[in-house]
Structure formats: structure tokens, C-alpha cells
Design a protein around this ligand. Sequence first.
Ligand SMILES: [Zn+2]
Length: 598
Amino acid sequence: MADLPFGDRADFDAADRGFVAALSPAVVRANGSVVWDSDSYGFLARECPDTAHPSLWRQGQLCVKQGLYEVTDGIYQVRGLDLSNMTLIEGDEGVIVIDPLLSVECAAAGLKLYRDQRGDRPVTAVIYTHSHADHFGGVRGVTDGSVPILAPSGFLEHAVSENVYAGTAMNRRATYMYGPALPRSPEGQIGAGLGMTTSTGTISLIPPSKDITHTGQEETLDGVRIVFQLTPGTEAPAEMNFLIPGRRALCMAENATHNQHNILTLRGAVVRDPRVWSRHLTEAIELFADRAEVVFASHHWPTWGNENIVTFLARQRDLYAYLHDQTLRMMNKGMTGTEIAEAMRMPPALEQAWHTHGYYGSVSHNVKAIYQRYLGWFDGNPAHLWEHPPVEQARRYVECMGGREGVLAFARRYLDDGDLRFAASLLNHAVFADEHDGQARSMLAEVYTRLGQGAENGTWRNFYLVGALELTGGVVPADIDTTSPEMIAALTIEQLFDSMSIRVDGPKAWNESLAIDWRLTDLNQRHRTTLSNGALIHQPDPRPRPVDLTLTLTQRQLIGLLTGGSADGIEHDGDMDVLRRLTAVLEDPDPAFAIVTP
Ligand SMILES: [Zn+2]
């Protein structure tokens, strides 16, 4: 840490470059409640205290800068008014919006800030660079959908699917990752590395009107020619970069930002592929680098100068390739994920570049993700094949260490020696053996606080500090909900039935057997769901055969039924009691499940 180049202020110069105006006060409200407050991070102007890692503190100072910035002639960015950036490209008649933030209210505030400075230009098109909600959720703050909306092929399916299958679990874990319940203070939340945090306003979704389907595709929007590079399977399953040749400006979406990104985000997701990610960065350099004088992305600040751009992109490329290849090399020598994470050393030139540092992703958890991608959860050691679950294991460990007094004494010893990692393991066993043990809980909270405040990674810090918070104060209910009515409306019928299948309480449904045909009049589709052995099977376009119940309804009525509405007004043929028997075995997910306690 001591040899990090704190004297190099180039990032601060870049983050300030082109500053036009700030939002003042930097607070965005929705119906009276605050959905974004950048001013609450004013304390970051101070020197780094000993309750934070200096490298993360520095990243917070950079990310907290907010306002309207000129990127190059006719291209502006609104930064620091949500987790992500909104970019505005001026065309012949108006302005093209790239990535309208996460919330409608923040996007509207960003557009107003732009218009106050640049005139009341109409929005003439929108581009979604990829399928994550912080890049489309605010779209209704900038348009009603009457303009062209471009997105990479597969956008809509991926934009909504994450929220269907594991959405509740991801949202709960996201409250640990971003730490909205933490105080914003030198001891608490100081950012998430990628940006400060997520806004908490209204999430909208307008489906794209045009897909980008291949690399090299060119489109002209409002007189602005744009050349696209499709990059599926990188930071998001549907993502794209693009060049604006007339402005010599390159947009890298979220594929090259000023941090090491996640191969596997800590809230949970399908593991990403760093090999593909690196290859797309190579391709971007080949396709675009010699035609660009500035590169910008939907997080962080731009990089100017052709030579700087090539160096920046090449280091990002090498970063993901190195992590991938070295993990595989060590895997093939028999090392496991935790061992590789401990052994991995990064090349000095990458260590010295701030933008490869793990503020959001980390070497440690990315290496384990790569191991997981190729080999899965099992490290091959039969001792780990059939371990007890946490509570059962905790009871036994506590017993073996002489009961709780023994565990706490050992924990104090490791804590005093500075081995916080093992102290956390011991105290976690104590809490899982007896969740009412107040002393164990407060000691573990102390350990988590110290681990969090020592972390260079923003999301690690938040995870540890929220763990400490919940150990002492109980579960803090989530205020992040990434499912909005428009996102539910964008689900495919298959995704809708899948969302029902994953709510079936298996054992409760063991002895149920029923078949329902669903005729969707507005879509002119037929679907069949069959419940047997606790599994609800969905079949599109089934062969005619007798079923227990046939429902004739619209897509909207189907969504109503699945979200707990009544069956009033739905035409039926057969026994309506069958529908009641089906809904009786559906269980609601728990959005406030325990994490640091059993
Ligand atoms: Zn993003």
C-alpha cells in the first residue's frame, strides 16, 4: 500500500476535466423522500482516517464528484448522480441519451442539469449499452418511448431474467454489497468502488425498438453515425461498445472502467467469462483505438489521448486475461480456489495502475469465481464432499474447543494477534451454535468492522460493515427492489411460468397432480402447466388432450394472477378448484432472510 502512487493525480485531473456545472444541492427526491444524496458524502474531502483503506478512500473521492461534464465537442456526461453515468450526444435536432441511470428521478434531474446548460434540446434517441438496471431503469425520466431505443441483441430477456429466478436472494445480498443501511461516514459507507451507491427511486423499462445484432453494424441517429461492437458474455450477457467516428469518441459501456470489475458479483450472478471479456477488449482496440481521442464508459471518468487510451484498454485486457490464465494454470497444478486466491500475484505494472485495483471486483473473489466457472463448488477433496451445514458444524466445533468460553478465549487471542480472518471463523461458529450469545455477536461485529474498515474493496467493506450492523441490530429490511411493474410486463410467458414453478413448495405439492391449459387471447398462444411430484412443468403449444382446467385470459390477467390477484373476469372451462389447489402450494420468497446469523 505504501508504494501505491498517491502522488499521481492524473485521475483527479481527468475526473475534473470538462466540468460544466454541479447539481446544487446534490439531492434528488421522489414524492418527498430522498432517492439520491451526494452531499452526504462531503466528509470524503478530508484526509483519509484510520477507519478506511487509503486506496478506497481515494476512489471514493473520485467517484463522489458530481455534475455535468464535457467529454468532447458535443458529448457530455452526467456523473455522480446515481451509481452509473448518463452520456449525452448532441445531434442535428436534439440529444441522444446513452444509459439513463437507475432511477427515473435521477435521470430526469440529470437531463435537467444538462438542459440548463445546453438549452432545451429534445431527446431524439436512447441507447442502452447493456442489460443491467443501472443502465436503463431511469429511461422514463428522459423519454416516453416515442423515439428510437437501441440495445444489444438479447437485451430484454437478460434485463428481466436475473430478477425472475434468483431476484429475491440477489436483492437481499445487494443490501450487503451496497450498504444502503449503513451511515455515510468515515466509519461507514464510503462508496462501492464502481460509484457511490445505487439510487432508490422508480425503476422503469421501455423495451428497445431496434437491436444491434452484429459487430460492424452502423446506425445514424439524429445525424450522428455510430459503429457498434457487440460484446456478449463480457460484463453482461448482452452488452456492446461503440465508436462515434465524427467525434473520435469511443464508448466502452461497462467493459473497461476505472476498477477491476467483477467476474462474479458478490450479490450473486451467473459467473462471467474473463477470457471472452479480454478477447472483446482486444477486438475493441483493433477496431477502434486508432480512431479515438477519448474513451468513456458508463461508470467513472473518461480517458483522453490516443496513446493513453491504448494503454488503458490494453491493461484492462491484460488484467482479465491474466486472472483467467493464471487461475487455470494453478488449477491444473492441483491448487484450489482459496489457495489460488492466496497465491495470486499481479504483475507490477498492473499493480501500479489504479484502474486495475479491486474496488468492485477483487483478485481474491474473481479467482474463486474463475475456479467456480470451470470446476464448481467442490474442490475435489472428499473431506469437503459431505460436510455438515453451518449450525451443525458450529455446534461440533464449539464443543471440541471446550464450549463457548473456549471459543471466545481463542477468538480474543487471534483478534489480539491481528488474525481477524480466523477470529471471524471462530466467532461465526459461536454465533451459529447459539445465535442468542450476545458476547459472541458483539465480538464478531467488532471483527467485521475492523475487516471492513481495512478493505480496499468497496463491496467487501460494505459486506463486513452490514454484517456488523445486523449482528448488533438485527436484519435491516431491503430498500432495493429491482422488480418494477414494467419489468414484470417485459417477462416472456416462459419466464412468467418459470417464476411460478420456482415458488412451488415441493413437499407440500408431492401428492398433487393437475393440468391446466392457458389460452392467452392477446398473444394468440396456448400453454400447459402440469403439476406432478412437486414439479410444475411448463409446455408451450401443447398437443390437445383433456386437462383439469382451461383458462382463457390476457397476458395482463396472467400477470395479475401470478402476483396474487384474483381470477375474477377470467373465462374458464373445468374445475376452478384446480387453480386454488395450485396457488395453495405456492410459497412467497423471504426478502429479509438472515445472513450473519442462522
Ligand atoms: Zn453499471
